[in-house]
Design a protein around this ligand. Sequence first.
Ligand code: SAM
Ligand code: SF4
Length: 322
Amino acid sequence: MLDRFEREINYARISITDRCNLRCVYCMPESGVRPLRHADILSYENILRICEVFSALGINKLKITGGEPLVRKGAVDLIACLKQIDGISCVTLTTNGHLLAEHAQKLKEIGLDGVNISLNTLEPSVYSNVTRGGDVNKALAAIDAAIDAGIPSIKLNCVPLGAESRRDVLQVAALARNRVIHVRFIEMMPIGAGFAFTGLSNGMVCEWIEREYGKWTPTEKSYGNGPAKYGALPDFRGKIGFISATSDCFCERCNRVRLTSNGFVRACLNQTDGVSLLPALSEADDDKLFYDIRTAILKKPERHNFSSREESVKDVMSKIGG
Ligand code: SAM
Ligand code: SF4
């Protein structure tokens, strides 16, 4: 369906848990966040029910996210069921990769359309510091496992922390040289723990990359459902994409809503407005569910307000799904 600004909303990010096995410095506080009680997390039955209504309203692409989605038991079976919903043409997953290797084959078998693996650096100590305890070899093994399993679309998400990240950026970009995996650089968003970082503009990241690997030439093709702008580098098999949330506002092309793990449809990443679906889920028929989801879509603002750090919502990215 169209929102108030005539944008077609056809994509939903579904956060299936607020829990995570890592604590990335720009996403979560060191102490973690108090997790929701299991009873307050949407059941898989309710997620499926909501996604059927999403589909009836014209949302045909779903991204499963978290927290870390693969820490929730049964996540792979949920994805298998989502793939069966009439009208859903694409189900993808965003993960830190730590649990992906053990599930990659099954995910391919049930028809997962793509996976995004977060990876900010190849340096084990930097990775461990940034994720507060993560193991870069697990993230790298996840990439290999996804390739070996034949998952159709594999992308890496890299969030450079600041001016000191040049080596990390170049190393991560180089992973697209010999393999058809696409590497995307995401500007740090001033949300939650991300407030503490100045981040880096993608203009600078592109400059570093071009100086090292040659001219970045934009491609027509979009390679996904989101706001990334992709381009090719000489002799690279994969593409390099930029998601420039702060330096190049893409709200005009926004196509999405977000479902939090406790059943709230959030209209915009950076604003708390939306609708809780819990009352509607307690009703036997779906009328209120349709009404409430439509209402949430119609609450979508024209644009986020990242440019005003004061206005930006002090939230926790892991609860919103990134
Ligand atoms: N745990 C999974 C992961 O790390 O891929 C999925 C959830 S995570 C919240 C989704 C994405 O949001 C990750 O790629 C992460 O790097 C990104 N992210 C988290 N905090 C961010 C911030 N402040 N600015 C930009 N991206 C952020
Ligand atoms: Fe966990 Fe992903 Fe947030 Fe890192 S970015 S703390 S892996 S939810």
